[in-house]
Design a protein around this ligand. Structure first.
Ligand SMILES: [Zn+2]
Length: 184
């Protein structure tokens, strides 16, 4: 998937680095959308180097676990040849779900930076607090809200477009009911 090494520019503050990498995650989210998936992108960084990328692809992969973060964690493990991703930061455009948050704890990711809150199922700060739960044996540092408005706009535009196209299909079906006869 990745052929060349990618580094962030030198002399950036932590906030600037976070923005730099989130922009890359945002581009991957756009890639998900082009492929008909819910637009979520993730990157994993160690030091100033990009280690892995992932974007949401459960539909294409026929895989309910193929969230952007899982795809990135799997690629990072292969790249580092280690199932522990010590001293890494994972950037993701949407607050991780419980599955992905648990996977990050298993991977010992040091830090998670996410953009938009997921108030319904987010497992960093919103619906659950799995990333820094004292009951688990590893706690992940959390930074929330980097590029939040851009990333949540991308998601809400996507869902609106999907609702609109379903509505259009329904209207078309009502207008041409005979068209589906024989299909059933
Ligand atoms: Zn997830």
């Amino acid at each position: 998937m990745m052929t060349e090494s990618v580094f962030c520019p030198e002399d950036l503050s932590q906030d600037e680095q976070d923005l730099f990498w989130m922009q890359r995650a945002y581009q991957l989210a756009q890639q998900s959308e082009l492929q008909g998936e819910v637009p979520v992108g993730a990157v994993i960084v160690k030091g100033d180097e990009l280690i892995a990328e992932g974007w949401n692809r459960p539909i294409q992969n026929h895989d309910p676990t193929a969230h952007a973060e899982i795809m990135a964690l799997q690629a990072a493990g292969k790249r580092l040849e280690n199932y522990r991703l010590i001293d890494t930061t994972l950037y993701v455009t949407l607050e991780p779900c419980p599955m992905c948050a648990a996977a990050m704890v298993h991977a010992r990711v040091a830090r998670v930076v996410y953009a938009a809150d997921d108030l319904k199922t987010g497992a960093a700060t919103s619906a659950f607090q799995l990333l820094n739960s004292p009951q688990l044996n590893h706690q992940v540092n959390i930074v929330a809200g980097v590029m939040a408005s851009e990333c949540s706009q991308l998601l809400s535009d996507f869902f609106k477009m999907r609702r609109d196209s379903k509505k259009r299909e329904k209207i078309l079906r009502q207008k041409n009911p005979q068209k589906n006869v024989g299909d059933a």
